[in-house]
Ligand binder design. Structure first.
Ligand code: 1CP
Length: 346
C-alpha cells in the first residue's frame, strides 16, 4: 500500500536521485520585480529587509509566483544578506544600488555577534513554517542561505563587485581573520539551515553566487571546504538532509565541488556546456539548470529550442529545470508561462 501520509514531491524526489518523466521546475528569484504584485507588496514593506522580516508579507510574495505558474517548488522569500544583518553588521538596500554593508575591514570582526544571530532570524523561520502549512502537499519547500565565501565577499567589500577583489585580497593578506570570518559563517549557516529544516523546509540550496574568479587553491579552501562543513554539520543533526549546491561560475571546479561537498544535486550556471556536464559529472548525479535568463527575456523560438536542448541534454539523469541564474526584472510574464508549459510538455 502506498503511504498517503508522505505525499510525493517530484522536485524533492529528483534532488534525492529519482529521474522523472518530465523535469520538475522552479525559477531562481521566482518572487521578484518582474511580477507587478511583488512590486506592489514591496512598496507596502518600506525597506527590503522589512519585507524579509515580516512573515505576512514574506509568505505573500513567496506564494505569488505559484499562483501564476505551475511551479513544483516554493522558495522561501528572504535574502542571503539577512545573515550578516543578524550577525550585527550594518546592512541596507539602497533603491537602484543593491546592497550596502559597513565593511568588516573597517569595523573589525568584533562587531559580529554570532550568539544572537538565530534569534534575530526568528521571523524568517516563522515564514518557513507558515509556508509549509500553506502550500500544496505536492510542492517542495526550498530553504536557503548564501555560502560563506559569497556572503563574505559582501561583508568585506561592502557591496556587490564584478571581481570580488576586496575579499580575495583580504583573504590573502589576513588569512587568520578571514578564516575566523568563514568559521563564523559556517557555524551560523549550520544552525540557520537546521532551523529551516525543523520549520518545514524539504531541501535547502547553498547559493555560492561568486564561485568564479578563484584559483583552484582558493576554490578548494574557500568554496569546497566551507560548503562541505555546512553539509556535514547539518547532517550531524538531521541525517540525510537534502542539499542543492549552486557554485555559480565554478566551471572546471564543478566535478571537485560535487565530489567533495556531499550535496545531493548540483546547480549549473548557463555557461556550463550540456555535453561537458554529461561526461564530467557522475551519471547518477542530479543536476539543476541551466537556461540563460536573457533567453527568457527574448522569448520566441530560440527559447523553445534551447529549453528542448536542455531537457534532452539531461534526459538520462535526474534533472530539475531552472534558469542558470536569477530571473531578471525585464522578463515578460507571458514568456515564463510559455517556459513552464514547454517544460511540462503542454
Ligand atoms: O528591490 C528589491 O525588491 C530587491 C531585489 C531583491 C530580491 C527580490 C534582492 C536584493 N533580493 C531578493 C530576493 C532573493 N535573493 C531571493 C528570494 C527567493 C526567490 O524568489 O528566489 C533569493 C534566493 C536571493 C538570493 C541572493 N541575494 C543571492 C544569491 C542568488 C543570486 O542571484 O546570485 C545574492 C547574490 C543576493 C544579494 C542580493 N540581494 C539583492 C540583490 C539585488 C542582490 C545582488 C547584489 C549584487 O548584484 O551583487
Amino acid at each position: 500500500m502506498t503511504d498517503t501520509s508522505r505525499p510525493e514531491r517530484a522536485l524533492l524526489n529528483t534532488v534525492l536521485g529519482q529521474r522523472q518523466e518530465r523535469p520538475p521546475i522552479w525559477i531562481m528569484r521566482q518572487a521578484g520585480r518582474y511580477l507587478p504584485e511583488y512590486r506592489e507588496t514591496r512598496t507596502k514593506a518600506g525597506n527590503f529587509l522589512d519585507l524579509c522580516y515580516t512573515p505576512d508579507l514574506a509568505v505573500e510574495v513567496t506564494l505569488q509566483p505559484l499562483r501564476r505558474f505551475d511551479l513544483d517548488a516554493a522558495i522561501l522569500f528572504s535574502d542571503i544578506l539577512v545573515v550578516p544583518d543578524a550577525l550585527g553588521q550594518s546592512v541596507r538596500f539602497a533603491t537602484g544600488e543593491g546592497p550596502l554593508l559597513e565593511p568588516v575591514t573597517e569595523t573589525g570582526l568584533g562587531v559580529l555577534r554570532p550568539e544572537q544571530a538565530l534569534e534575530r532570524l526568528a521571523p524568517v523561520l516563522e515564514t518557513v513554517s507558515r509556508l509549509r502549512g500553506t502550500i500544496d502537499a505536492d510542492k517542495t519547500l526550498i530553504g536557503f542561505c548564501g555560502s560563506p565565501w559569497t556572503v563574505a565577499t559582501y561583508m568585506i567589500g561592502g557591496r556587490g563587485s564584478p571581481d570580488q577583489a576586496a575579499a580575495r585580497l583580504y583573504a590573502l593578506r589576513h588569512p587568520e581573520d578571514f578564516a575566523r570570518l568563514i568559521d563564523i559563517l559556517v557555524d551560523t549557516s549550520i544552525s540557520y539551515l537546521v532551523a529551516q529544516f525543523n520549520a518545514g523546509a524539504d531541501v535547502v540550496q547553498l547559493f555560492e553566487s561568486w564561485a568564479l574568479n578563484l584559483d583552484e587553491v582558493a576554490f578548494a579552501n574557500w568554496v569546497i571546504e566551507p560548503n562541505r562543513r555546512i553539509v556535514e554539520g547539518v547532517r550531524r543533526v538531521i541525517p540525510d538532509a537534502p542539499f542543492i549546491g549552486f557554485p555559480r561560475g565554478a566551471a572546471g571546479n564543478l566535478p571537485a565541488y560535487a565530489a567533495a561537498t556531499g550535496v545531493n544535486a548540483l546547480g549549473l550556471d548557463y555557461a556550463t556546456p550540456l555535453g561537458w556536464a554529461g561526461s564530467a559529472l557522475p551519471s547518477a548525479l542530479p543536476v539543476q539548470g541551466n537556461l540563460d535568463p536573457l533567453r527568457l527575456v527574448a522569448g520566441g523560438e530560440q527559447l523553445d529550442r534551447r529549453v528542448d536542448e536542455i531537457i534532452a541534454g539531461f534526459s538520462n539523469r535526474p534533472h530539475i529545470f531552472n534558469l542558470g541564474h536569477g530571473i531578471v526584472p525585464e522578463t515578460p510574464i507571458a514568456h515564463v508561462e510559455r517556459l513552464v508549459a514547454r517544460v511540462k510538455g503542454r
